[in-house]
Design a protein around this ligand. Structure first.
Ligand SMILES: [Fe+2]
Length: 220
């Protein structure tokens, strides 16, 4: 701004949704605890991969601020589960961490972030899954709907923390192979996302998967 320009003409910065995800994690998991550190670092890994994919997608209609905060918060419900390897000593089964996370974030006034929690488990859980496997979940569709929900669900599958530590990412074929143990729908959903989000073509038959990058694939 030059000296001749009146201050009143300066444009205000655009309003942005600002959610201090790390502060919420600190409040729920406890500052300085090992479990806070694991969940924060896992959230950073998922956020980085999701944001990296988002940067390459066309058209770019993705809310990156929301994507970052929701990725950081997606596993917050683990705090109330019986997951001792993560220093979480609640009484809830691990599979309920999505719906517990939804409850926690709704109580924080974050209903959109809350849905990411509910819809990120596996590749999303269907009512048929809940019925067929008698899962301890309310009977509703918990598959990701929005692009941000899909990206976080997808990115999360590469990063395990079940051994109580943050590990290096799995390869896409490793993820697909692992998901196949849960069912064909799970593996095929991931394979579609890998092609759509990262141009990764995973060929599969009944016993193996092989990944390669398709540089010419047009992203959507
Ligand atoms: Fe996660």
């Amino acid at each position: 701004m030059t000296a001749k320009e009146p201050a009143a003409r300066r444009m205000p910065a655009p309003a942005r949704e600002t959610v201090d995800a790390e502060a919420i994690l600190r409040e729920v998991f406890g500052a300085g605890t090992r479990r806070f550190d694991i969940i924060r670092r896992h959230g950073e890994q998922v956020a980085a991969r999701a944001l990296n994919i988002a940067a390459g997608l066309k058209p770019a209609s993705i809310d990156e601020s929301f994507l970052y905060a929701a990725a950081m918060l997606h596993d917050i419900g683990i705090v109330k589960t019986a997951t001792p390897q993560l220093d979480c000593h609640g009484d809830q089964p691990y599979i309920r961490h999505g719906i517990i996370g939804r409850q926690i974030l709704e109580a924080h006034g974050l209903p959109r972030h809350a849905l990411v929690c509910e819809r990120h488990v596996g590749v999303g859980i269907t009512t048929a899954d809940i019925r067929h496997s008698k899962l301890p979940l309310p009977l509703r569709d918990m598959r990701p709907v929005t692009i941000e929900e899909e990206l976080i669900c997808y990115a999360d599958k590469f990063f395990s923390k079940t051994n109580g530590q943050v590990e290096k990412p799995k390869s896409a074929p490793e993820v697909a192979h692992h998901l196949k143990t849960y069912g064909r729908r799970q593996a095929e959903t991931f394979i579609r996302w890998a092609a759509r989000f990262e141009g990764l073509i995973l060929n599969h038959n009944d016993d193996w998967y092989e990944g390669r990058h398709n540089q010419n694939k047009r992203r959507v």
